[in-house]
Design a protein around this ligand. Structure first.
Ligand code: FSO
Ligand code: SF4
Length: 537
């Protein structure tokens, strides 16, 4: 196996025997083959588009199959066996409908009849397959990983009825690239990566529309970090619809619903917070599940990434749904959470009331813009000197304390916007307020990066300047491929001077890094003190 798609990749270069995430070589191979098969489907989908045929179901399926190869989503070989065969079946059906025929390459790929046979075929789909220029390979990987992030947002948005054929068109174009007969030099691959960033902006806009039209705009909401007596279910991942359906199915059953990790910001949505049994937040970020889940006395549901190998002490309590998979766990289909509910009723639940601290969530674009005049006045009067966006993924590797220290050391006349699971490094710190405006504003999940971009754009408009001219600095942390997509979006819309950590991606070559530094002044994080000094002068 060879996989280097995430930040915790072995030795900072690539996982070659088993994934640091727990991915087995067999699953790694099957994921590579899934991508290869998708490339074939996309070649056919592009040819069909030229004939005016767009199949919305196949488009949505493409995004699902790509999302399922993202880090910490699906570890179940049996599910990939199904994906590879379904992708090929879709390709053949679409090719027949469009009257197109490919005699070689991924669009002519025939899957082996057994799982072992598929694994043996997988080398053709490896990112290391074929001899090519290291910089081109680097850009191809940036594009592929960025597209996985786009696929995640597209899938979440499609579940809520928001789609755009142009974004699917881009996914097909990007997946077909390298096999479509178009000769591309470095510049052309860079342009495709930027196109990926623009497609991702649209995907995130669709998701924002899906979330806010279905569940309302987030409003500032206090969330208890403690617990109360009673049966309980813990929900992890990012999917709002899964949570909504679970809340409906548990109504009146005496079960409280708690969030873990990236589900924390969901407490702020009016249509979700209206359920009285949607109680609080338990634990911190995804990489702490091994430490935190043994202490949860109820059932646990994973709706999307990031799942880790369930430990024996709590594995029987863990359920998956949607695209998440772990071999041996019960998988809930079609939003039927009966097995999760039955498990929660069987388990003891919390036996006492421990309210604990609270944190405030709900500073999405609507809330922040509603106080824009006060924010603008505070900047003009000098009460707010600078904004920081400290966001991105959390992770297990050392070096991430930087983000805690950075936020702790931000001066009292600065405001910190945050999003994604990286916030758990500092989410419960009391940074106080400036003229009634909290100094720490939780914009939401990584899936809400669109909201942060809208806030920055609105500020730039109010001050009649560009986003790069605002007193705003981006200090980002990355782990998986949604972060790659967001980074490409920020670059595509011209954001400069981003600080990125805790380490730079293994799939970026020195030449590609030089291009990013020369054109976008992107830089690695150093120390909290040095970076704060450099930013604030
Ligand atoms: Fe974190 Fe995992 Fe949300 Fe990522 S839970 S690491 S950016 O999947 O998606 O922020
Ligand atoms: Fe390694 Fe990350 Fe790939 Fe898992 S997803 S195999 S940890 S590079």
């Amino acid at each position: 196996m060879f996989c280097n798609q995430c930040e915790q990749t072995a030795k900072g270069t690539g996982c070659t025997t088993i994934g640091v995430c727990g991915k087995q070589p067999e699953v790694s191979a099957l994921q590579d083959l899934t991508i290869y098969a998708l490339r074939g489907l996309s070649l056919v989908a592009l040819a069909a588009r030229e004939k005016g045929i767009i199949d919305a179901k196949i488009d949505e399926y493409t995004a699902k199959a790509l999302f399922t190869t993202l880090t910490n989503v699906n570890f179940d070989p049996a599910r990939f066996d199904v994906y590879v065969r379904e992708i090929v079946a879709h390709r053949k059906a679409l090719a027949a409908r469009a009257g197109v025929d490919f005699s070689e390459g991924p669009a002519a790929f025939e899957p082996a009849s057994t799982l072992d046979g598929l694994v043996a075929q997988a080398e053709i789909g490896s990112v290391t397959a074929g001899a090519e220029d290291a910089d081109i390979r680097s850009l191809k990987q940036i594009l592929l990983y960025g597209m996985k992030g786009v696929a995640a947002y597209v899938d979440h948005a499609a579940i809520l009825g928001q789609t755009d054929a142009a974004v699917f068109g881009f996914l097909h174009k990007g997946l077909a690239a390298g096999y479509d007969g178009v000769a591309r030099d470095l510049g052309a691959w860079i342009e495709l990566a930027m196109e990926c960033g623009r497609a991702n902006l649209r995907a995130m806009e669709l998701l924002d529309a899906g979330n806010t039209t279905t569940y309302g705009h987030p409003v500032p909401t206090q969330v208890p970090l403690g617990h109360r007596k009673g049966k309980c279910i813990l929900v992890s991942g990012h999917d709002l619809k899964d949570l909504f359906e679970l809340l409906k199915q548990t109504e009146g059953k005496g079960i409280d619903i708690y969030t873990h990790g990236e589900m924390l910001p969901t407490h702020a949505y009016p249509e979700l917070k209206k359920f009285p049994h949607f109680y609080g937040h338990f634990g911190t970020a995804w990489q702490n599940q091994h430490k935190e889940f043994p202490a949860f006395p109820g059932a646990i549901l994973f709706t999307t990434n990031c799942i880790q190998k369930p430990q024996a002490s709590y594995a029987a309590n863990v359920f998956t749904t949607g695209l998440v998979g772990w071999p041996g766990l019960v998988h809930c289909e079609n939003h039927d959470f009966t097995p999760v509910i039955n498990k929660a009723l069987e388990l003891p639940g919390f036996t006492d009331d421990v309210p604990g601290k609270t944190v405030t969530v709900g500073f999405g674009r609507n809330t922040v813009m509603s106080v824009a005049p006060a924010v603008i006045d505070a900047v003009k009067s000098g009460a707010i000197r600078h904004f920081f966006l400290v966001g991105g993924c959390d992770g297990a590797k050392p070096g991430r304390n930087y983000y805690t220290e950075f936020v702790e050391k931000t001066p009292a006349d600065t405001v910190v916007l945050t999003l994604a699971c990286g916030k758990f490094r500092f989410f419960d710190k009391d940074l106080g307020t400036i003229g009634g405006i909290p100094r720490l504003l939780d914009v939401g999940q990584c899936n809400d990066a669109y909201s942060a971009i809208k806030i920055a754009s609105a500020l730039a408009e109010a001050f009649n300047c560009g986003v790069n001219d605002l007193p705003l600095s981006l200090v980002l942390s990355w782990y998986e491929q949604k972060a790659v997509a967001i980074l490409l979006t920020l670059l595509a819309i011209g954001i400069k001077d981003i600080r990125l950590g805790p380490s730079l991606p293994a799939f970026v070559t020195p030449n590609v890094l030089k291009f990013l530094v020369d054109n976008f002044n992107i830089k690695p994080i150093s120390t909290a003190d040095e970076d704060l000094k450099a930013i604030l002068g």
